[in-house]
Design a protein around this ligand. Sequence first.
Ligand SMILES: C[S@@+](CC[C@H](N)C(=O)[O-])C[C@H]1O[C@@H](n2cnc3c(N)ncnc32)[C@H](O)[C@@H]1O
Length: 317
Amino acid sequence: MTTLDLVTHSPDGESRGLAFRVGDIFPMDPNLDLASEIDARATEARPWGLRFLVPSRGTGTGYTAAVLSVLVGAANVTSVEVDADVAARAVANLAAAGFDPLVVVGDGTDGHAGRAPYDRVHATCAVARVPYAWVEQTRPGGVIVAPWQPIPGYGWRLRLTCLGSRAIGRFHGTAGYMMSRGQRDVGRWNPHHYADASTTWTRLDPRTVGRAGPGFVLTVLGRCPGLGMFSMENDDGSFSLLMFERGAPDGSWASCDWEPGGTDYEVVQYGDRSLWDEVAGAFGWWVRHDRPDVDRFGLTVTPDGERLWLDEPVRGL
Ligand SMILES: C[S@@+](CC[C@H](N)C(=O)[O-])C[C@H]1O[C@@H](n2cnc3c(N)ncnc32)[C@H](O)[C@@H]1O
């Protein structure tokens, strides 16, 4: 029996190894059965079953490139891996399994213009924003599938259709992937200037807001630009919702704390923006729109950037 090493990088850059047999189906996510996913409906966020040029971003072990080679032929697969050692290992794995797709060492967020236009782009590392190069390099009518993780701790599966200078599509559930190299933001909540912060009280339970789910987080992303947010369940039973301006260590921040037995909850806010007020406003908007779940949201990508929408591309948040 032939065994191959499966080696990829953990999010902190360390390598891990696994062995598998040629012919094994090895889902990246142990909860997913790749074999059954191959027949998934075309509307789902899956690139499978497509017959044209399929580039894959994040070659890793070569496993995905091998699966795509089976599906569309190795000559139609281009795979981009940023790490030269990982790429070399993937080429060896692929050769041992009998596949020779083009493996390029480079930054997958630049795409690979040399073989454009592509019919399908399939990313197996997450992006904080969709690289416009992917839109430029995809044929009109072509599809981009990627894990979209614009803020630490949250991610969504995104399927876009390219329409010339723009790409439009919906979210299909959540995702939790290794971030693209160069887009790794650990996202810190830094309660600086505490003495200058203001304290108020609210009856809106921060647990209701913090646990509202991924559809609500998309609302926050669309209505509160640049805002990061995370929840803390504390050992003493208390709960804190923490908000901050992403990429601005001296920027605005806010916290809202729930204590067992309390009926009003303390809100502390610092800076030019009142981040709790923004999040509470976004929560009201989300409730007024019937608490939309992830599948009602979509994204449009243009040369000017990304724009979230609800239900249809003309309906912004
Ligand atoms: C989860 S693994 C992908 C696994 C891969 N699909 C497989 O079959 O093994 C993510 C890979 O993406 C690579 N990567 C991260 N950022 C990248 C980037 N900007 N461009 C290309 N590859 C990247 C990492 O080095 C890692 O090998």
